[in-house]
Design a protein around this ligand. Structure first.
Ligand SMILES: [Mn+2]
Length: 344
């Protein structure tokens, strides 16, 4: 396994110097944030990013994410143009040594939570998803602000987008994903890049929009769409594991055995009740996920890919990007590393 840490670029309050001092850290997972969604990533910008990372003794072998334009998910508008751009980004990233690209295929919203600073009994704050709160949110009101939410959407723009998705049910979304994979995976193979789709977070439909990367059945279907090690998944324990319908240890063992896990996101969540959860510390006993079991499954299946601690709580008074402070993720990384080392 190669231990990595997400870094949001030079604006991130967590610095490369900070990350470098975490024991066992081999590299960062990052992206270029100032390119409009859908445009190809220029090679010069990738090179600048890579050099800034390498100057600090870290590698840049995983990109999270190269976002997929809504036209590709909708199968509409300028889809072909955006797919060609996506291919170019893959080629450019491969040329500069990137090995894995994480992306997702969630319509409109990326990850969704009801609260970003829910206080836990120990005084730390964390991200939570309470169904009863999300059910009351109206994404068409023009007032919504959520993580993963593109605040550049106007009220009219978002209404129009929702209208377009009225014609896209789950089957149509599968079809559009299949088309996308048929186009990009051969390019990824040639570029030496492994694609890693992130599961939908949470793994169920929200606001009436379709979501398909949600369960074992659907991950199986996804992998069958294009049978190649370059068409793999990001197994995010917290996303798949926030419902007890998914047995994350079992899924880890199965997909690692198939060599289709190209990237691991490890975090813990505490399932509060059906369709509600709180993100917790990485420690297995802190939440509903058997993190030790996940790592054991990876180890026993000979996993050699990239792992990163996923979201952390805010602890010790730290402020910053929700889910992406330094301290709790660093603690999580050491929990992961410690478990791993005992199995060697
Ligand atoms: Mn994740």
């Amino acid at each position: 396994m190669k231990l990595t840490f997400r870094w949001y670029g030079s604006d991130d309050p967590v610095t490369l110097e900070n990350i470098r001092q975490i024991p066992g850290m081999t590299g960062v997972v990052s992206a270029i944030y100032d390119i409009p969604v859908g445009e190809a990533w220029p090679i010069e910008k990738i090179r600048d990013l890579k050099e800034s990372v390498e100057k600090n003794g870290l590698e840049l072998e995983v990109i999270e994410s190269v976002p997929v334009h809504e036209d590709i998910k909708l199968g509409a508008g300028k889809r072909d143009y955006y797919i060609e751009n996506y291919k170019q980004s893959i080629r450019n990233l491969g040329e500069l040594g990137v090995k894995v690209i994480c992306y997702n295929f969630m319509p409109v919203f990326d990850w969704t939570r009801s609260h970003l600073e829910h206080q836990l009994p120990d005084g730390s704050t964390t991200l939570v998803y309470y169904k009863e709160h999300v059910d009351l949110m109206n994404p068409l009101s023009g007032e919504l602000s959520l993580p993963g939410w593109d605040s550049s959407y106007t009220k009219e723009g978002i209404n129009e987008l929702f209208k377009m998705y009225e014609k896209v049910d789950e089957e149509k979304l599968w079809e559009n994903l299949g088309h996308f994979l048929n186009e990009i995976i051969p390019v990824a193979e040639e570029a030496g890049v492994k694609m890693a789709i992130h599961p939908d977070d949470p793994p169920w439909s929200i606001f009436g929009l379709p979501r398909i990367i949600t369960s074992e059945t659907n991950v199986d279907r996804f992998l069958d769409l294009y049978d190649s090690e370059h068409n793999g998944i990001t197994l995010c324990t917290g996303s798949l594991g926030c419902t007890d319908k998914n047995d994350v240890v079992k899924l880890t063992r199965k997909y690692a055995g198939m060599k289709r896990i190209n990237f691991m996101h490890i975090r813990n969540v505490k399932i509060v009740n059906e369709d509600s959860f709180e993100e917790s510390a990485h420690h297995s006993e802190a939440g509903s996920i058997d993190v030790v079991g996940v790592l054991r499954a990876l180890y026993e299946e000979g996993f050699t890919g990239y792992v990163r601690p996923d979201h952390g709580r805010m602890i010790w008074g730290e402020t910053g990007k929700p889910g992406y402070g330094l301290y709790d993720r660093a603690l999580g990384s050491q929990y992961i590393l410690g478990i791993w080392d005992t199995m060697k």
